[in-house]
Design a protein around this ligand. Sequence first.
Ligand SMILES: NC(=O)C1=CN([C@@H]2O[C@H](COP(=O)(O)OP(=O)(O)OC[C@H]3O[C@@H](n4cnc5c(N)ncnc54)[C@H](OP(=O)(O)O)[C@@H]3O)[C@@H](O)[C@H]2O)C=CC1
Ligand SMILES: C/C=C/C(C)=O
Length: 328
Amino acid sequence: MVSGKKFIYAKAFSGFPTLDNFRLEEFELPDSVKDGEVLCQAEYLSVDPYMRPYMSRYPEGVLMIGQQVARVLKSANPKYPEGSLVCGKFGWATHTLVKPEDGDWDTIFPLPELKGQPSSYGLGVLGMPGNTAYFGLLELGNRGSDGAAGAVGSVVGQIAKIKGCKVIGFAGTQEKCDYLVKELGFDFAFNYKTDDIKESLKKAAPKGVDCYFDNVGGEISSTIIGHMNLYGRIAVCGSISAYNSKNMAKEMAPIIQPHMIFQQLKMEGFVVTRWADRWFEGIKQNLQWIEEGKIKYTETVTDGFENMPQAFFDMLNGKNTGKAIVKV
Ligand SMILES: NC(=O)C1=CN([C@@H]2O[C@H](COP(=O)(O)OP(=O)(O)OC[C@H]3O[C@@H](n4cnc5c(N)ncnc54)[C@H](OP(=O)(O)O)[C@@H]3O)[C@@H](O)[C@H]2O)C=CC1
Ligand SMILES: C/C=C/C(C)=O
């Protein structure tokens, strides 16, 4: 009997995740599939910041949530032929038996034609994070980014450059800042751990900031908001600075209301699934920009399914540049 492996959310997160939060289990795979079913084998799995706050919605004992690029091992469904690749919200599991329903593309869909780009990009620039950058930036009309060297921020900055903006990024190491400026073409990048944010903004944006793509929240965000121009726009994408807090709901950022009022700012939170009906438009456009050499992309790959928790910790600790993924 062939078996698969999965990570169970064994103990609720409290503070920064630890190995105690996870339990690795084996399970038996079916010998065959029934009508309409598909058995998939994970090739790449994603570790994302949202997993930390979203798991608080689930009880202990469930499968860890997440997306993967998987290969169809066995199929009794003509839409998913054996050997083809799919994108699936299958959680932290090596194998998944699924019966796709018509229209339920949220659970599984065939990996789009990526024209020779790595299939793992389906979890990054040609998937959810790429669409977050594309729709969040262009639909909410914002330019400028923190959390800049990650999966979302690195694409946000490059799309903003394509649209003719001056781009300032913030990231947690000098290497990442060098990467943003020298490789990706950002105009400025600052290390938020060592540089003074106010002074950095005075230098890079002496006339103020028009648009801000906020990936981290907290104090840095409040400082940037305090440097914004009249009618500035803020896309609130993520709040990773608070995700590992023991009580995220009680986290307080310095007061931003005076800036919001007197600079007449517009601030809007979003979740990328708002644009579910335009999902493939985002992928197609980002793919075209990659092919034209206008978007560059990198990944930080951890080898081995057993290392999923470590890859997750490393991503939360800023060890990744670009998209953090796990190769099975
Ligand atoms: N609204 C939406 O629909 C979506 C929102 N997001 C959000 O976008 C943000 C970025 O996600 P993604 O690009 O996938 O992840 P990244 O690839 O950017 O990985 C996370 C990065 O966050 C940085 N970080 C960690 N802790 C802190 C902290 N306390 N303060 C500042 N930066 C920190 C680290 O880089 P460093 O070295 O720079 O510290 C780390 O590499 C997250 O907040 C996420 O929740 C993502 C997808 C969809
Ligand atoms: C879909 C992802 C959402 C966040 C907040 O990361």
